[in-house]
Design a protein around this ligand. Structure first.
Ligand SMILES: [Zn+2]
Length: 104
């Protein structure tokens, strides 16, 4: 994906801060997931955002379609996964590029 690195870093930092601010166990796991998402967004060429979900060819050669849900083992086990973290980051990235007419 063709993403502006500076903007991406801002979105990732905001997501990280939001996810980890509660300090609980899930917060820590989301922090790890977001760090992995950052790494993948910067290095994995097999990511595609279709406007709704992020399509991901994972390390294990599975294709996941992640938005609020995912098909990976972590999601099945109710754990944070980097696929969903990456999906949220990319969705936020694109949302914030829209003209700021809604006050968001
Ligand atoms: Zn997943």
């Amino acid at each position: 994906m063709n993403l502006n690195q500076t903007r991406l870093d801002e979105v990732i930092q905001a997501a990280f801060d939001a996810a980890t601010s509660s300090g609980g166990r899930d917060a820590k796991r989301w922090g790890v997931a977001i760090a992995k998402a950052k790494q993948q967004l910067e290095s994995n060429p097999f990511l595609h955002f279709d406007g709704d979900a992020l399509l991901i060819l994972s390390d294990s050669n599975e294709i996941y379609r992640a938005n609020g849900s995912c098909q990976c083992r972590a999601f099945v086990n109710h754990q944070p996964c980097w696929h969903r973290a990456a999906s949220r980051i990319v969705a936020n990235y694109h949302r914030q590029q829209l003209p700021a007419t809604t006050g968001n």
